[in-house]
Design a protein around this ligand. Structure first.
Ligand code: FE
Length: 218
């Protein structure tokens, strides 16, 4: 697998570069703040937006469409890159996509064991835990234990498939459509699709669970 898994330095930072990059970013931020050119709170807000809203909302639209449109679902199965691009989501770290579909007897979980390959075009920036060594190793060795820590308990006979992302291939999990959502339209369905449900560390929300969430967490 290591042969298959190589990375382009231009768009990918390995862990050994990370602290250096982080230090440079911090230095820049400090300098620009001191000169009154930026407001750190505004930067935090932008990062937060990409981490929790803009990115994952793209993927949620893909999932919701796959739930209501059998033809699109079929296209997504055969050529996820093209099907996703048809909704306007393509480019950076989303060039080669594969969609994997949860079913009652099968659950899919995505990881990048070597670093942090992630489908930016549909999910935005990866969460911190996705890049952490603990997740990267344990997702493969003990996926059920990892899922339990995320609050996901699956029936014992549900098969868990773990997909190792690479620079060449990124995965999008299509979670199961929650029960009791037959009357919801695509936009309402998309609101049920969380980022974690598209990585496989979560499930899509029921309408009742969504109603209990604070607006800020959506
Ligand atoms: Fe990677």
């Amino acid at each position: 697998m290591s042969d298959h898994h190589h990375h382009d330095d231009h768009d990918h930072h390995h862990d050994n570069h990370y602290s250096d990059m982080q230090a440079r970013v911090k230095a820049l931020e400090t300098l620009l703040t001191a000169k009154g050119l930026i407001d750190p709170a505004a930067i935090d807000a932008i990062v937060e937006t990409y981490e929790t809203k803009v990115g994952p909302r793209n993927g949620a639209q893909v999932v919701a469409k796959a739930w209501v449109d059998a033809e699109f679902r079929d296209w997504l199965t055969r050529d996820a890159t093209a099907a996703i691009a048809s909704l306007g989501f393509s480019g950076r770290q989303g060039e080669h996509m594969r969609a994997v579909f949860n079913a009652p007897d099968e659950h899919n979980l995505v990881v990048c064991t070597l670093c942090s390959c992630y489908p930016w075009s549909v999910l935005g920036l990866p969460p911190v835990w996705y890049k952490a060594p603990a997740y990267r190793s344990r997702a493969v060795m003990d996926p059920r234990g990892v899922l339990a820590e995320f609050g996901v308990t699956l029936p014992e006979d549900t098969r868990i498939r773990v997909w190792d992302s690479t620079a060449e291939l990124r995965y999008l999990v299509v979670p199961e459509r929650p029960a009791g959502t037959e009357r919801l339209n695509e936009a309402a369905l998309a609101a049920l699709v969380t980022r974690d449900s598209m990585i496989g560390t979560g499930l899509a929300l029921s309408p009742e669970a969504l109603a209990l969430q604070p607006e800020a967490a959506r």
